[in-house]
Design a protein around this ligand. Structure first.
Ligand SMILES: Nc1nc2c(ncn2[C@@H]2O[C@H](COP(=O)(O)OP(=O)(O)OP(=O)(O)O)[C@@H](O)[C@H]2O)c(=O)[nH]1
Ligand SMILES: [Mg+2]
Length: 308
């Protein structure tokens, strides 16, 4: 299955629900008036686009529609698609150009950090890279066990310490091991943490210092994992984490489990940090590079016999 198909399949629930609700608005089209624009805004908010982004999108749509002299629902649908495309940040793949490249994965409990790391490891191994996983979630022994299962499945190496060990020490050892083995990519799993816990944030800073000291020239990614099914709460987490960590990208998981894919727009538009990866299932190859166009094709598919 190609990436485009994969993202579409993962977005099926979203596609069905959001498409239906938007197409309901278009079906009631008589002219572009306040009522129609309000309905459009409401449909976007219901899809989890967020109130601020929805208002801005609708204002843009109205301006464009006036400028382009739009008179039909089909044309308006086209304008909406264009506006959404421009509202979202450009596609941006992960930077793993350095050797070793370092990917630090953070986020609150249960959002899908470890699973996404396992999937990512499998992808890089399939590309012929040597991958080192770092079990810096030392909060529970089970966390390192879970990562180890993924390492085995993916064909990656792993460094782990005992429960309660210093996460920064695990990172230090992973880097040493990666250097010794000539690893291409180091992926660091961390404990689920709340952004408002100062001690946990200090721990992240400590990890950061170890990486900077041991691998000053490494290409770095700091990925925040967000669970799409938590809706506006995910937006809130993103805002809070963005204040304390230098995020380079978002991994938006469980898109297959939500009918409210507008969350992608909210996060992509509101944060200034690109969504780089999306999780579309629990399987090892259910993590795909985010693609704005594929996303829009899923929620506003071309109409039969019409323009898209
Ligand atoms: N449907 C679906 N489930 C997912 C996806 N990503 C992760 N999950 C599931 O979400 C659950 C939590 O995943 P973990 O990877 O353990 O989450 P975590 O962030 O590492 O959790 P903690 O380490 O406890 O903070 C698991 O049951 C995963 O299978 C996804 O894209 N789609
Ligand atoms: Mg985990």
């Amino acid at each position: 299955m190609g990436l485009f198909d994969k993202i579409k399949k993962g977005l099926q629930k979203t596609g069905d629900a959001v498409t239906r609700s938007l197409d309901n608005v278009f079906a009631g089209f008589v002219s572009i008036d306040d009522e129609l624009l309000e309905e459009l805004e409401e449909a976007l908010i219901l899809a989890d686009v967020g109130a601020v982004a929805a208002a801005k999108i609708v204002a843009d749509v109205e301006k464009r529609a006036q400028r382009q002299n739009i008179t039909t629902a089909l044309e308006l649908r086209y304008v909406l698609k264009d506006t959404l495309l421009e509202t979202m940040l450009d596609n941006e793949p992960l930077d793993v150009s350095g050797k070793p490249a370092v990917i630090l994965v953070i986020g609150v409990n249960g959002v899908g950090k470890t699973t996404s790391i396992g999937k990512l490891a499998a992808r890089y191994v399939a590309e012929g890279k040597k991958v080192m996983l770092s079990a810096a979630d030392t909060f529970r022994a089970a966390a390192a066990d879970q990562l180890e299962i993924w390492a085995t499945r993916a064909g990656a190496d792993i460094v782990r310490h005992g429960e309660g060990a210093d996460p920064a020490a695990v990172v230090f050892d992973s880097i040493s091991a990666a250097k010794a083995r000539g690893s291409d990519v180091i992926i660091i799993d961390t404990a689920g943490r709340l952004h408002n816990k100062a001690n946990l944030m200090n721990e992240l800073n400590k990890i950061d210092r170890v990486i900077t000291r041991e691998l000053p020239n490494a290409s770095r990614e700091t990925l925040l994992v967000l669970d799409a099914t938590t809706g506006q709460n995910a937006v809130h987490q993103a805002e809070e984490f963005n204040k304390v960590a230098a995020l380079t990208g978002i991994v938006l998981t469980k898109l297959d489990g939500t009918a409210k894919g507008g969350i992608v727009v909210a996060i992509s538009a509101g944060l200034g940090v690109p969504v780089k990866l999306v999780g579309v299932g629990e399987g090892i190859d259910d993590l795909v590079d985010f693609d704005r166009s594929a996303f829009l094709e899923a929620i506003l598919p071309p109409l039969e016999g019409g323009i898209s």
